[in-house]
Design a binder for this molecule. Structure first.
Ligand SMILES: [Zn+2]
Length: 467
C-alpha cells in the first residue's frame, strides 16, 4: 500500500514495520473493549488545560485552531491512561516513523476511493482478517459510500418508496405495547424496592422514540463533482463541521446518528431515546401482511431490545434525563449486578468455534437487551392477542411457535471461520446463533411452546433473568 502511495520497495517495507510498531504500542496503552463499556471510567472531564498537561509534547494550539475550535474549553477524555501513554510514546519514535504511520493512516482510510489498485490492495487485508473471498459488488460499495456521505439525501427517495402506508403507526403501536409490557414487568419484579421501581418507571416514561426518518433533513451544502475521492473528502469535512457545530448548544434530541435506510436501530443513553430507521421496518423485521405473532417476534423483539438498553448494565447508569447519575438504591443495585453476572457467566460458556468462547463481559449489555427484548415482545404479543376471536395457525405452527420461529429468522446468518473469530474479539453482540438460543433458553414460554423436555439445552434447570 505504501508502494502504491509512491514509496520505493525497500523504504515501504521499513515504513510498514514502523506502522506495526506504533500501532502495537498504541494498542498497549489503550483501554480494552471491556474497559470501554464502563461509562463512569470513560467520563473524565479534564478541560483544555488538562489535555495540554496530559500530552504537553503535542501541539494542541495548532490542532484546535486547524479544527476550527481554537477556544474550545470543555473536554472529557475517554482514557487518561491513553493520553499519558501517547505522551510517553511521542519521543520513542523518530519524526520520520510518525510520518510513516500517518501516511499509512491516510492511505488506509482513503484506499476505497483511490482506484482499483488501492481498492484491491486494501481488500487483501480484509480478506486475511475475515476470510472473505471476493470483494463486495461495486454497486453495493457505491450505495454504501453514498449512504455514508449523503445519508439523509439518499434517504428521501427511499422513504418515499418504502416507508409509506402504516409502517410508522405500526412501529408506534409496537413501541406502546412493549413499553406497557415493561411497565407491568417492573411492577411485578420481586427484586425491586419501591424507590428504585418508581425511578425505573419514570425513566421509561421519559424515554422518547424516533421512527422512520428525522423531523428535519440535514442540508448538505457542499458540491459534488466527478472526482469520487474529492467528494468523499468534502463529505467528511462537512460531517466534522456539522458535528462541531453542536458544541456549546443544548443537546439536539431530534438529531439522528443512523441514516434512515439503515437496517438497524439504537438506544442513546445520553438522550434517553430509541431510534428505529425506516430500513429496519421492512421484511423480515416487519411486514404489513404478517400476523401479530410474526411481527412481534421480529420487530417487537428489536423494539424491546432497544428499550432494555436503557436498563442494561451500562444504560442503567444514566438517569431519565440522560445524565450519568446513579438512581439505584444500593441493595437493589447489588441484586441487579448479581443478575447480570449470571448472564455474563452463561454466555461465556457458549462456544462459537471449537475452543473459541463468547466473552460474556464484552457482550453483556447486548445479551441483557436480547433477553429483555424477547421477554417484553412475547408479553406484548400475548396481550395484543388475548381477546382474539380465533388463533391463526400457519403451516401447523401455533401462534406462540410462530412468534419464536420469526424471532429465529431475523438472526439467520452465515460466517466464515475467520469472521467468526474476529466477531468474538470485537463485536459487543453475541454470535447470531446465541442471540437466539441464549434468550430462548432463558424464557420458559419457549420450552412450553415446543415441549422441550426439562433438563435439555433449551429447557435448562437454571435460567438467568434480569428484566
Ligand atoms: Zn443492542
Amino acid at each position: 500500500m505504501l508502494e502504491l502511495g509512491g514509496m520505493r520497495g525497500y523504504a515501504a517495507k521499513a515504513a510498514a514495520k514502523d506502522v506495526l510498531k506504533i500501532e502495537t504500542a498504541l494498542a498497549a496503552v489503550s483501554k480494552t473493549k471491556v474497559e470501554r463499556r464502563d461509562p463512569r471510567k470513560l467520563y473524565n472531564k479534564v478541560d483544555r488545560e488538562g489535555v495540554e498537561k496530559a500530552v504537553p509534547r503535542f501541539d494542541w494550539k495548532s490542532y484546535f485552531t486547524a479544527l476550527g475550535t481554537p477556544d474550545l474549553k470543555d473536554i472529557s477524555v475517554t482514557s487518561k491512561e491513553f493520553f499519558a501513554g501517547v505522551n510517553d510514546l511521542l519521543p520513542k519514535f523518530k519524526p520520520a516513523q510518525w510520518k510513516n504511520y500517518l501516511t499509512w493512516q491516510v492511505l488506509h482510510s482513503m484506499a476505497p476511493t483511490l482506484g482499483k489498485a488501492f481498492v484491491d490492495e486494501n481488500f487483501k487485508l480484509q480478506k486475511l482478517l475475515t476470510g472473505q473471498e471476493e470483494i463486495e459488488a461495486r454497486w453495493k460499495r457505491c450505495v454504501a459510500a453514498t449512504d455514508d456521505a449523503l445519508g439523509e439525501a439518499l434517504a428521501q427517495p427511499f422513504v418515499a418508496e418504502h416507508f409509506g402506508g402504516d409502517s410508522k403507526s405500526a412501529a408506534e403501536s409496537y413501541v406502546h405495547a412493549i413499553a406497557a409490557a415493561f411497565d407491568k414487568e417492573v411492577d411485578t419484579l420481586d427484586w425491586m424496592d419501591p424507590t428504585t421501581r418508581k425511578r425505573a418507571k419514570a425513566k421509561l416514561e421519559a424515554m422518547a422514540y424516533l421512527i422512520g426518518y428525522p423531523s428535519k433533513w440535514k442540508k448538505y451544502d457542499f458540491s459534488v463533482g466527478k472526482d469520487f475521492g474529492a467528494n468523499v473528502l468534502a463529505a467528511e469535512e462537512w460531517k466534522l463541521k456539522d458535528d462541531l457545530s453542536q458544541l456549546g448548544k443544548p443537546v439536539d434530541r431530534e438529531r439522528w446518528e443512523m441514516s434512515p435506510p439503515t437496517v438497524n436501530a439504537y438506544y442513546h443513553p445520553n438522550k434517553n431515546h430509541m431510534v428505529f430507521p425506516a430500513g429496519i421496518l421492512q421484511p423480515p423485521f416487519y411486514d404489513v401482511k404478517a400476523g401479530v405473532a410474526v411481527n412481534l417476534g421480529a420487530m417487537g423483539m428489536v423494539v424491546g431490545h432497544e428499550l432494555t438498553h436503557g436498563f442494561d448494565d451500562e444504560g442503567s447508569q444514566f438517569d431519565k434525563d440522560g445524565n450519568l447519575k446513579n438512581w439505584w438504591e444500593p441493595p437493589v443495585e447489588k441484586t441487579f449486578k448479581g443478575k447480570t453476572s449470571c448472564v455474563a457467566d452463561q454466555y461465556s460458556s457458549y462456544e462459537v468455534l471449537p475452543g473459541v468462547k463468547i466473552n460474556g463481559k464484552l457482550t453483556l449489555g447486548e445479551n441483557i437487551a436480547d433477553m429483555g427484548g424477547l421477554k417484553l415482545a412475547f408479553a406484548a404479543y400475548r396481550s395484543l392477542r388475548q381477546d382474539a376471536p380465533e388463533k391463526v395457525e400457519a403451516d401447523g405452527f401455533s401462534e406462540d411457535q410462530q412468534f419464536f420461529i420469526s424471532n429465529g429468522q431475523i438472526w439467520c446468518a452465515k460466517y466464515r471461520e475467520e469472521a467468526a473469530r474476529m466477531q468474538v474479539v470485537n463485536d459487543p453482540h453475541s454470535a447470531p446463533r446465541f442471540r437466539v438460543n441464549g434468550p430462548l433458553s432463558n424464557l420458559p414460554e419457549f420450552a412450553a411452546a415446543f415441549e422441550c423436555k426439562s433438563g435439555t439445552p433449551m429447557n435448562p434447570e437454571n435460567r438467568c433473568s434480569v428484566w
